[in-house]
Design a binder for this molecule. Structure first.
Ligand SMILES: NC(=O)c1ccc[n+]([C@@H]2O[C@H](COP(=O)([O-])OP(=O)(O)OC[C@H]3O[C@@H](n4cnc5c(N)ncnc54)[C@H](O)[C@@H]3O)[C@@H](O)[C@H]2O)c1
Length: 275
């Protein structure tokens, strides 16, 4: 019960990583305000939470909506924890094809939203003597090949924003950290797919199969894996941790696939043929 009596805001809490984190924070004693555009899923979680989770319809591209969500948690006794997590895949086009409006829309959803979440949480936390902010980045912040360029650039921005905000807000005893998920099986990959529900389910199953073999730890990444890292960063166990990130990727970014997957061709297996 590391978070007993704390009040937390979780954006994107109606599904996937946000949902698992809201449940984990409640398990550790917190009361949680979820902000999400998915009203049905958000209300359902709130209804089954014994009053520990509250849902507020919130579009994180809307500054006033973010501020109102944070104010709701603050009004209940003070804001302690914010998890800036809402997101989606964003524009998929390559850099030589993308439209400016699609670039802007993706940055607004994935980077501007996090900046504004910090912007409006900080004064509320400062007035009560501190708090903990956690932001969702991605392994796509670290290199190419994980996600489209607009998304990946925004997620890299989240890492830098995390560091600089931690420096600026340390004077208020506010810690700012990020979590960097690898391949986590959630609805994010098929949410925007224009297809039937049946095909969406088939796609989700195919993704689960790929996810299990995508990294050295040979199982699919779960939302709960990320929730555990967020709960730590939000807690006093991380009281001396700020301006950094926790990579939770099952080893996906350790190195080349050939370094951990014996079935992957490598220079060394190629040379074996000449022995
Ligand atoms: N799943 C992965 O492999 C993975 C990897 C790295 C990072 N992430 C990041 O994790 C975060 C959560 O994603 P997830 O995988 O749980 O996906 P998800 O689709 O299961 O959940 C995302 C939630 O965000 C909400 N959302 C989308 N746009 C919103 C908006 N404008 N305002 C408010 N809520 C909005 C959705 O309704 C949904 O409930 C995202 O920031 C995502 O980029 C995911």
């Amino acid at each position: 019960m590391r978070l007993q009596g704390r009040r937390a805001v979780v954006t994107g809490g109606a599904s996937g990583i946000g949902r698992a984190t809201a449940l984990r924070l409640v398990d550790e004693g917190a009361e949680v305000w979820i902000g999400d555009i998915d009203r049905d899923a958000g209300e359902e979680i709130a209804e089954t939470s014994n009053g520990r989770i509250h849902f507020r319809h919130t579009d994180v591209t809307d500054e006033a909506a973010i501020a109102a969500l944070l104010a709701a948690a603050d009004a209940a006794g003070g804001l302690d924890i914010v998890f800036n997590n809402a997101g989606a895949g964003g524009a998929r086009e390559r850099i030589d094809e993308i439209a400016a409006a699609d670039w802007d829309r993706t940055q607004s959803l994935l980077l501007r939203s996090v900046a504004l979440g910090i912007r409006h949480a900080a004064p509320l936390m400062a007035k009560r003597g501190g708090g903990a902010i956690v932001n969702t980045s991605s392994v796509s912040a670290l290199g190419s090949g994980y996600a489209p360029i607009a998304y990946s650039t925004a997620k890299a921005g989240v890492l830098h924003l995390t560091k600089l905000a931690a420096a600026e807000l340390a004077r208020h005893r506010i810690r700012v950290n990020a979590v960097v998920p690898g391949f986590i099986t959630t609805n994010i990959f098929t949410r925007d797919l224009e297809t039937s529900e049946e095909k969406r389910q088939m796609a989700n199953q195919a993704i689960a199969g790929i996810a299990a073999k995508a990294q050295p730890v040979q199982r699919a990444g779960r939302p709960e894996d990320i929730a555990a890292a967020v709960a730590y960063l939000a807690s006093d166990d991380a009281a001396f941790v700020t301006g950094t990130h926790i990579l939770v990727d099952g080893g996906m970014t350790i190195g080349t696939r050939a370094s951990w997957d014996e079935s992957e061709p490598s220079l060394f297996t190629a040379l074996d043929a000449f022995k």
